[in-house]
Design a protein around this ligand. Sequence first.
Ligand SMILES: Nc1nc2c(ncn2[C@@H]2O[C@H](COP(=O)(O)OP(=O)(O)OP(=O)(O)O)[C@@H](O)[C@H]2O)c(=O)[nH]1
Ligand SMILES: [Mg+2]
Ligand SMILES: [Zn+2]
Length: 348
Amino acid sequence: MPKIPDVSPALRLIGWPAAVPPEWEEALAARPQANVARIIEQHRSGYVAAIAPETSFKVESPPQWMRPRFPNHERAAVGDWVLLDGDKILSILPRRSSIKRGAAGEHYHQQVIAANIDTVFVVVGLDDDFNPRRIERYLFLVGGGGAQPVVVLTKADAGDAQAALDALKNLDVPVFAVNAKDAGSVAMLDRYLGAGRSVVLVGSSGAGKSTLTNTLLGETKMKTGAVRERDSRGRHTTTHRALLALPSGACLIDTPGMRELKPTGEEELAEGGFADIEELATQCKFRDCTHRSEPGCAVRAAIERGALDEARLHNYFKLRDELAGAANKLAQRLAEQKAEASSKRRKR
Ligand SMILES: Nc1nc2c(ncn2[C@@H]2O[C@H](COP(=O)(O)OP(=O)(O)OP(=O)(O)O)[C@@H](O)[C@H]2O)c(=O)[nH]1
Ligand SMILES: [Mg+2]
Ligand SMILES: [Zn+2]
């Protein structure tokens, strides 16, 4: 089994980096007997880990992860590198990057959609799925997580790609329009798919994530499903996250379509695609300007001269409010945890 510094070349084929981060070397040195594997599937019932592209097995979670109050994001996610004792997970190597969202439910939870990724493909269909506000929301969640966002518009063979590219021209990220069924067309994404790179595909159900995955793989490994005529909605064909090794040596993580995209409270507006608005806001006459009707508002002025889109500004307001709400909940959660920990200490 692979050990540092003699990492098996097989691990490189599932995304092990050429330059190992020092904190990983430390973690590996602390457990010289452990083996390294990557989480490639996450199911309700558990995880599948791989040590090579075609060599994977079920692994067992540590007992503390089973506790209902154990923080979700401290459990493994697809893309995580784990240290194993046989088929038992000992620990997760510190994440180099991740994409997260706030999880639904009564208690505050974060859900890690994928870990240790270089690039996030935000996959959006050029049918009724196309919605610039939703794309901004995705970019907001990706921002600051350490991965580069790229917008991939699918169904370019069936929709108006030029109109969509125009509508997104102010975004500060690369945007591509492709026919996800056509290998020649998706070749423009090759620049993100070099050996050792990891890419996660996110987007709503029916956007074409699995179609794109299959075309990039050169074979049909993921099931795909037709969308509803009426509103282009998919039928949640993909039901769990899965990491697949591409012939190029890159790794793709296909995910189930997402409907809810709640902030975790850790996002930053400036890193999440709104740097221009945040910058304008510093030039407003009043420090607490709400950018609605105050005199000397640099944000309103940008709208007047056509440099800023009103709808995007409203989305910014909305996301800013959601962020503040989530950040509050997060702070509360951390305070509870601290109180719990100190009361446990007192009991001892
Ligand atoms: N014409 C055309 N159809 C596409 C394209 N991309 C996807 N489709 C079709 O759109 C439908 C949905 O594709 P999927 O790949 O299953 O979508 P998905 O994003 O994986 O959906 P979930 O797994 O439900 O999240 C299928 O019928 C695909 O054939 C494209 O670029 N052009
Ligand atoms: Mg799918
Ligand atoms: Zn203002």
